[in-house]
Design a protein around this ligand. Structure first.
Ligand SMILES: NC(=O)c1ccc[n+]([C@@H]2O[C@H](COP(=O)([O-])OP(=O)(O)OC[C@H]3O[C@@H](n4cnc5c(N)ncnc54)[C@H](OP(=O)(O)O)[C@@H]3O)[C@@H](O)[C@H]2O)c1
Length: 250
């Protein structure tokens, strides 16, 4: 198994947002495929729980509030050389357009976009990205198909998608790849938060629109593993939409 192109043996992978949801599951799936994982987020207790669940050894926990530029650069300077980076950290804060103000705009863009740019820049500046490394950025179906109330979330994800393509272009000569994954609804704490802002009936109606049902963290994590692995070596600058068939009806 470890000699297939789908394996991650010998690779060191940084996963942001590793304390919860898609990031947590990505860390687990990548470790199961042989990678050494650098887990980062702010919640030490949750990160420690994830660390305990990881198969294999050599994994490391690195606390970092990505909203803090100093902490981001110090993470980049202290970390080992990387073969993969998965940007999962993010938040969702829906507001109708007429409720937006500078503070609300900044909150979403800062967590979902600026942190992605700053960490990527910091890692390249610190020369921590190995040749043939792979970046995977968690965007969202909303980046291409926004929903009411999600203007800043959609804008932040569209910005991530544009940034990802530029990283892909600038680093292709070194065999470094960058791709996005854009899931529709995935059952994580973020899903539960989104559900709180909707009536049960509205949520049930939405969920019923998915021919394959809503997603689970492992569905996304396994696609991340593929994009990190040598099996995807000819894929860069793409955006993989994962929606359980949702868009087929539109
Ligand atoms: N769930 C969905 O339906 C869905 C759909 C499409 C796209 N996505 C995208 O997938 C990614 C993961 O979502 P999820 O559902 O797994 O979310 P989640 O369970 O709410 O996890 C969010 C993660 O982001 C981390 N985080 C947030 N702010 C941070 C900060 N300032 N510094 C460091 N870490 C920070 C959190 O860790 P700490 O609190 O410990 O810092 C947590 O680990 C997000 O980018 C999201 O936009 C999710």
């Amino acid at each position: 198994m470890s000699n297939t192109a789908f394996h991650l043996t010998g690779k060191t992978i940084l996963v942001t947002g590793a304390s919860s949801g898609i990031g947590r599951q990505t860390a687990i799936e990548c470790a199961a495929m042989g990678a050494k994982i650098m887990l980062t987020a702010r919640n030490e207790e949750k990160l420690n729980q994830v660390l305990k669940e990881l198969p294999g050894n050599g994994h490391q926990l690195l606390l970092c509030d990505l909203l803090n530029t100093e902490q981001t650069f110090s993470l980049a300077n202290s970390i080992s050389h990387l073969d993969g980076v998965v940007h999962c950290a993010g938040l969702v804060k829906p507001f109708p357009v007429s409720f937006l103000n500078r503070e609300k705009i900044d909150e979403t863009l800062h967590t979902n976009f600026y942190t992605v740019v700053e960490l990527t820049t910091a890692l390249f500046k610190a020369k921590k990205i190995n040749k043939e490394a792979s970046f995977v950025f968690l965007s969202s179906l909303s980046g291409q198909h926004p929903h009411k109330g999600g203007s800043m979330y959609a804008a932040s994800k569209a910005a991530v998608e544009a940034f990802c393509k530029t990283v892909a272009l600038e680093y292709a000569a070194k065999g470094i790849r960058a791709n996005c994954i854009s899931p529709a609804m995935v059952k994580t704490p973020m899903f539960d938060e989104a559900a709180e802002g909707m009536s049960t009936q509205a949520m049930e109606e939405h969920v019923a629109k998915y021919p394959l049902g809503v997603g689970y963290p492992e569905d996304v994590a396994r696609a991340v593993v593929f994009l990190l692995s040598p099996a995807s070596r000819w894929i860069t600058g793409t955006n993989l939409l994962m929606d359980g068939g949702l868009l087929l009806e539109y």
